[in-house]
Ligand binder design. Structure first.
Ligand code: PLP
Length: 409
């Protein structure tokens, strides 16, 4: 039997490297292998390409080329921003973030606490939107950094980052945004904002994995995360990864021209998919489905079944998607993002994230709308929490079976 055709709806996990990007990178793996720091022309020509890439990315983000540092990924950019902001202000001992951040931010919190920082994690409402009053109250003279993602990786919900950065700046507080899921999906012009640090990852907008960016506002005190040579004006040691930097430069250039397509065509595809699935299948809910959302993402709960089971059935049909649950210690723990939004247990467990890109088509969307209903019907027929065409009267899934997950513990 032939393999089903791949339908890739997991573009928030990673994207295909565009053929134009690959083409731009190839010479730098081959004949143009010089070191950008070398004095002779063979290196100097490579240094020129490094400058070109920096200019392209600066145009993409609305900043000056010298405000950019090339890194290895979004995680490195996030970590660099946090630790630089804290080290340059040793007298401030408070860090503010949200409960719905990516692990690239949240994994720093235990270490921060261990080092004597107090941490405030701001909650979100049922739409995934930041609790504004909580945010404002959390900003104190002791706050060293406020760090918030621009667009949520699981739901696509967009935080009002410009307004949040302005509120921090008014109080003399540095502001970092993890823009990994925003770049290439919504317009970004840092020059019009009070953002101090901004993190981006190449592989989320059709550059390869292994290259990222950190914007650091001009004039800001900064300490490097990677100590080494004088590369990146002494702000990140290590010989520059020229092929990948050329790749992210080309991807930034393409993303800028594709923004309209992303916001009109991809949004229409996403809306068609969302409407198609929620109208064909009962007991569904769109998590964070308000207007303040990136155009490519939908997070849908199919109640009374497990997201992982849906994913396996989808994978068998060639469809790539993801769920917010993490299988830990034998119990399926619902996503921290959906929990923070107060999504009921029965719905959080059956949540699926579908994230599209400019490379997807209407035919793919229609195929997924066709594939889904029998999968859900089959899984519900096997579910102890489902009876006939609705939830079972004694719905055991309102609490989890093991009692080990964070909802029940
Ligand atoms: N921040 C967000 C919001 C993300 O979605 C991701 C990746 O999924 C990251 C940070 C980490 O990026 P990278 O994979 O480049 O380290």
């Amino acid at each position: 039997m032939s393999e089903p055709k791949l339908i890739y709806f997991d573009n928030n996990a990673t994207t295909m490297t565009s053929p134009e990007v690959v083409e731009a990178m190839l010479p730098f793996f081959g004949q143009r292998y010089g070191n950008a720091s070398s004095m002779y022309p063979f290196g100097g020509e490579v240094a020129r390409e490094l400058r070109n890439a920096r200019e392209k990315v600066a145009a993409f983000l609305g900043c000056e080329p010298r405000e950019l540092i090339f890194t290895s990924c979004g995680t490195e950019s996030d970590n660099t921003a946090i630790w630089s902001a804290l080290r340059t202000q040793p007298d401030r001992k408070h860090f503010v973030t949200s409960r719905v951040e990516h692990p690239a931010i949240l994994s720093n919190l235990p270490l921060l606490r261990k080092q004597g920082y107090s941490v405030t994690e701001i909650g979100v409402d049922e739409n995934g939107q930041i609790l504004w009053d909580q945010y404002i109250t959390a900003l104190t003279p002791d706050t060293a950094l406020a760090s918030f993602l621009w667009a949520n990786n699981e739901t696509g919900v967009i935080f009002p980052i410009e307004k949040m950065a302005a509120a921090a700046a008014e109080r003399g507080i540095l502001f970092h945004t993890d823009a990994v899921q925003a770049a290439g999906k919504i317009p970004i012009d840092v020059s019009k904002t009070k953002i101090d640090f901004l993190a981006v990852s190449g592989h989320k907008f059709h550059a390869p994995k292994g290259v990222g960016l950190l914007y650091v506002r001009r004039g800001l005190k900064y300490t490097p995360f990677m100590l080494g040579g004088h590369q990146e004006s002494g702000r990140r040691g290590g010989t520059e990864n020229i092929p990948y930097i050329v790749g992210i430069g080309r991807a930034a250039e393409l993303a800028l021209t594709n923004l309209i397509d992303e916001n009109i065509r991809v949004r229409a595809l996403r809306d068609r998919l969302e409407k198609g699935l929620t109208s064909a299948i009962s007991y569904t809910r769109v998590n964070g489905g308000s207007e303040d959302r990136v155009p490519n993402t939908t997070n849908i709960s199919f109640e009374y079944i497990e997201g992982e089971a849906i994913l396996l059935h989808l994978a068998a049909k060639g469809v790539c998607a993801s769920s917010g649950s993490a299988c830990t210690s034998g119990s399926l723990e619902p996503s921290h993002v959906l929990r923070a939004m107060g999504v009921p247990f029965t719905a959080a467990h059956g949540s699926i994230r579908l994230s599209l890109s400019i490379h997807n088509t209407e035919a793919e969307v229609d195929e997924v709308i066709r594939i889904f209903p029998p999968i859900i019907a089959k899984l519900r027929a096997m579910s102890p929490f489902w009876q006939g065409d609705g939830p079972a009267p004694e719905n055991g899934m309102l609490t989890c079976e093991t009692g080990a997950c964070q909802v029940c513990a």
